[in-house]
Design a protein around this ligand. Sequence first.
Ligand code: IPE
Ligand code: IPE
Ligand code: MG
Length: 253
Amino acid sequence: MEPLSHNIKHVAVIMDGNGRWAKQRSHPRVWGHVRGSAVVSHIVQEADDLGIEALTMYAFSSENWSRPQTEVLVLFNLLYKFLKKERARILKNNIRFKIMGDISNLPEQTKKLIGQLESETAHHTGLKLTFAFGYGARAEIAYAVNRFMKANPGKDITEDALNEYLMIPDLGDVDLLIRTGGDHRVSNFMLWQIAYAEMFFTETKWPDFTITEFRYIIEQVAKRERRFGAVAPATSLQDNIIVARENQRILRG
Ligand code: IPE
Ligand code: IPE
Ligand code: MG
């Protein structure tokens, strides 16, 4: 495929719509999770091929604990299976793998596998692949502030300091947030890091999401102008002259 020119470094994905996808096909919700988990590997591969530096996938939120226990167990199992299946490819492709969130309630064997893969890939310099699991952004911000206060008693926290105390500081700000499944909300995902992210919401439910749509989104978003609160660069000398004249007029009153 054609190489794609873009300056998107960190992509975050809210993989939503699995349950509805299954329901539409008269299957139990968990069938949607099974099909959805197969999509993840393709997107990881494509992100790597497109030269994206960090890919953060929302797999299980802190609020998802309130789902039926059977569904929660299926999601744990799928995480375990994914790690088992993808381990070799993650190692081969120099991918750095991390989990972001509270996984203390996960089965011991899953925690062990996560620990192994995290340490085996800690020195990897390729794609930073992160699964947000048991993750909530408000909890992450509280965690960062608490750690800062312990380390710096009596000091005021700054934006830079907060960045340093996040769960995985080197992920940096999110450039692009994609949500599948048709809802237009962020559901407690990376609230601090998306301050200036471009947002892309698609109706496609996660199990139907393809690398073609992923590429299309990157292509579309790469064309957008990101201003970060500034103005677009002046297009011509003529513009600057007009602005200078206007300013003089305002100052004169
Ligand atoms: C997203 O799909 C996966 C998780 C939240 C774990 P959902 O399970 O939320 O699917 P819908 O939104 O109910 O269709
Ligand atoms: C967000 O989806 C969490 C994940 C995709 C893991 P939800 O389905 O939990 O979000 P809401 O409930 O629609 O906001
Ligand atoms: Mg959902």
